[in-house]
Write a protein that binds this ligand. Structure first.
Ligand code: KIV
Length: 273
């Protein structure tokens, strides 16, 4: 089985910051269990996210809003068992970070019981106090901006975020404010490529994209999507790496290679303004 021979130290927030400075693309995938986590690690993935997308792809729910903190702790612990070097990030699920104290309590479980090294929150400018509190208490934070699936009942659907001038301005401001509050990483979901490029250029911390075009500091995909297991209509930004490669291990390696050499995503896998 092919192995990643390059890395011998755990990936940290500083590793990712250095990759941004050096112009090395950051390859990220989601995982929900130890078996795929091992494959992701051997493929050279830098960051593994236990996303609350597990509500969709593991639990078969229409939205992520029913995912509980206990679900997240369970899957984070499963993934941690298969992982030693990539940075392990876990989502704070819906309504589990409504106050700074909630965010601290949830993070304590995901880090202490689950083994995560960073937490991710779906954020806007109203979440700066939460980010500040976590950061001050030594919790690395990824702020997820743009399309925020936990807001589905308010927004009414999955839409590209940032096409109007108002939204574009808003997104730039949120990114600025969340970085200033202490976010160590920004994640942009379904954002027009030019706007994502502008935010990645402006931000000092790395910016990871999903459906945010090629000109950000790294990419992430839901592992089931990268393996051709998308249920329903395949989103534009998804590529089935298993179809191209033929085995799960080769697919994960193909994904990492394509992120690193900038051949994923193409303009056809991205959104225009
Ligand atoms: O929950 C998740 O898997 C995510 C990714 C889509 C980035 O947030």
């Amino acid at each position: 089985m092919p192995e990643n021979k390059q890395r011998n130290r755990p990936v940290t927030v500083s590793t990712l910051a250095r990759m941004k400075t050096d112009g090395d693309k950051i390859a990220c995938l989601t995982a929900y269990d130890a078996s795929f986590a091992e494959i992701a690690e051997r493929s050279g993935v830098d960051l593994v996210l236990v996303g609350d997308s597990l509500g969709n792809v593991v639990q078969g729910r229409a939205s992520t809003t029913s995912v509980t903190v206990s679900d997240m702790v369970y899957h984070t612990r499963c993934v941690a068992a298969g992982l030693s070097l990539p940075l392990l990030v876990a989502d704070l699920p819906f309504l589990s970070f409504a106050t700074p104290q909630d965010a601290i309590d949830t993070s304590r479980r995901l880090i202490g019981e689950g083994g995560a090294a960073m937490v991710k929150i779906e954020a806007d400018a109203t979440d700066t106090t939460v980010v500040e509190t976590l950061s001050r208490n030594g919790v690395p934070v990824c702020a997820h901006l743009g399309l925020r699936p936990q807001q589905i009942h308010k927004t009414g659907g999955f839409k590209i975020y940032g096409r109007s001038k108002t939204q574009a301005r808003e997104l730039v401001n949120y990114a600025r404010q969340l970085e200033a509050a202490g976010a160590d990483l920004l994640l942009l979901e379904c954002v027009p490529s030019a706007l994502a490029r502008k935010i990645a250029k402006m931000a000092e911390v790395p910016v990871i994209g999903i459906g945010a075009g090629p000109d950000v500091d790294g990419q992430i995909l839901v592992c089931y999507d990268a393996l051709g297991l998308t249920s329903g209509k395949k989103p534009r930004f998804v590529r089935d790496f298993l179809a191209e490669k033929g085995s799960v291990t080769e697919a994960a390696l193909g994904y990492v290679d394509a992120v690193r050499d900038g051949t994923f995503p193409t303009p056809d896998e991205s959104f225009d303004a």
